[in-house]
Design a protein around this ligand. Sequence first.
Ligand code: AP5
Length: 191
Amino acid sequence: MRLILLGPPGAGKGTQAQRLVEKYGIVQLSTGDMLRASAAAGTPVGSKAKAIMDRGDLVPDDVMIEIIAERLDEPGSSKGFILDGFPRTVAQAEALDTLLDQRDLALDAIIEIKVDEQVLIDRIAGRSKETGGTRGDDQSTAKRLEVYRKQTAPVADHYRRKGVLVSVDGMGTMDEVAALIDRHVQSLVEA
Ligand code: AP5
C-alpha cells in the first residue's frame, strides 16, 4: 500500500501516519522527521535545513527530492509506505510522479486531512504544552500556514485533477479522524 497524507501543519498527519504504520505494517516516510534527525545529528544538510525550518519556510525542492528518492529505494519501503510531509510543492509532486513511474510503482491513495486554521493554531500551541518542549518551528505557525496556502495547497489540486484525492474531515477527535481514514484504506485493502 502506498499512501500520501496531505494537510496543513497540525492537521494530524504524523499522528494518523503512526496509526496506519501500527495497523498495516508499512513504513512512515516523514520528511519533517528526517530533517529534524539530520539537524540533531549536525549534518551539513541538517544544519542548513534547521534554519529554514525554524523560520517556517520550505527546504529546497532538489534537496527533498533527493532524500525521498533514496528512501524509496530502501528495502523497508518495498512493502509499502506513507508519505507524511512530502510532496509539499507541485514541483515535488511532479518529481514524485517521475520517481514512481521509473520504479513502476503507483500510489493507492492521497488522503487530504482538512482542518480549520484556528484549530491548527491551537493544536500546535497545545503540542508544546503536551510534550513540555517546543519544536524549533513552533513560533512560526503563521508563516507555516501562509507557506501551506501558497505552495502546498496546489498539491491537492494536482492529485484532484488525477482523480486520486480523498478529503477527510480532520476536525474530530484523533479516533474519529482515524476511523474516517481507515474506512477509506480498508476499501482499498478489500478492493
Ligand atoms: P513537518 O514535520 O512535516 O511539519 P508540519 O507539516 O508543519 O506538520 P506538523 O508535524 O506540525 O503537524 P502534523 O500534521 O504532522 O500534525 P501532528 O500529528 O503532529 O515539517 C516541518 C518543516 O520541515 C516544514 O515547515 C519545512 O520547513 C520542512 N519540510 C518538511 N517536509 C518538507 C518538504 N517536503 N519540502 C520542503 N520542506 C519540508 O499533530 C499536531 C498536534 O495536534 C499534536 O500535538 C497532536 O497530538 C494533536 N492532534 C493531532 N490530531 C488531533 C485531533 N484529531 N484532535 C486533537 N488534537 C490532535
